[in-house]
Ligand binder design. Sequence first.
Ligand SMILES: Nc1ncnc2c1ncn2[C@@H]1O[C@H](COP(=O)(O)OP(=O)(O)OP(=O)(O)O)[C@@H](O)[C@H]1O
Ligand SMILES: O=P(O)(O)OC[C@H]1O[C@H](OP(=O)(O)OP(=O)(O)O)[C@H](O)[C@@H]1O
Length: 216
Amino acid sequence: MNDSLITIAMPKGRIFGDACRLLRNAGFRLPETFETTRKLIFDLESEPFRFILAKPVDVPTYVEYGAADIGIAGKDVLLESGRDVYEMVDLGISKCHMAVAGLPKHQSRRPFLKIATKYPNIASDFYRKRGEQVDLIALNGSIELAPIVGLADAIVDIVSTGQTLKENGLIEYDRLLDVSSRLVVNPVSYRLKKGLIDQIVEKMIKATEGTKVGMD
Ligand SMILES: Nc1ncnc2c1ncn2[C@@H]1O[C@H](COP(=O)(O)OP(=O)(O)OP(=O)(O)O)[C@@H](O)[C@H]1O
Ligand SMILES: O=P(O)(O)OC[C@H]1O[C@H](OP(=O)(O)OP(=O)(O)O)[C@H](O)[C@@H]1O
C-alpha cells in the first residue's frame, strides 16, 4: 500500500456528475475530460490522488478490498452489498428513496407474495422484519415491468421523481428507506492514512454544506 497516495473509487453513471461537482467544490482539481473520457484510472497532476471509475454497484467491493481507499456509493448499494466499509459522510447527492410498489388494487391469490427487485437483501430484510414470507425474484433493471406482465405481485425499487411508476400505472405501497450517496472509507486505509483521509472528509463535509474549499 502506498501511504501517500489516496485512491478514490467513483461511481460511473447517474451519481458521477454530482460527485464530480462536489469534489471540485472540495478543492480537487479534476480535469475537464473527467466526465467524457473512457479511461478508467486517473492520476491528478502533482497531487497524491488517483481516481478509478467503477460501476456503482462495485464501488463498495473496491473499497472493502482496499483497491480503493475511499469511494462514493448510494446508501442503497451500501446496504445491499453489506460490505465492511466506514460510512463517513452523507454527501446529500442523488437523493431518492426505496419503495414497495405495484398495480393499484392488486390482490394476489398466491400463498406468498412474489417481489421483484434489484435489491434482494434489502427486500428480504424488510419483509423479515414485517414477519411476512415472500418469494424474491432478482432482476437487473426495468423492475417496473414485473408486476405489469404478471411476473411479480410487487416490486422493491428506487423512486426518485415517481415518473417511472406513474408512466407504468403503478403506485407506491410502502416507503422503505431514504437514499443518498455516501463517502465510504476502507478501515485499514483509515488507520494507515488517517491524516490525509480526515482532511478529505472535512473538505467533503464543507463542500456538502455548499462551501467552496481549496486544496493545500
Ligand atoms: N432515479 C434515480 N434518481 C436519483 N438517484 C438514483 C436513481 N436511481 C438510482 N439512483 C442512485 O444512483 C445510484 C446509481 O444509479 P445508476 O442508475 O447510475 O447505476 P445502476 O443502477 O448500477 O445502473 P446501471 O445498472 O444502468 O449501470 C443508485 O445506487 C442510487 O443510489
Ligand atoms: O422515480 P423516477 O425518477 O422515475 O426514477 C426511478 C427509476 O430510476 C431507476 O431506474 P434506472 O433509470 O436506473 O433504470 P434501470 O431500469 O436500469 O434500473 C429506478 O430503478 C427506477 O426505475
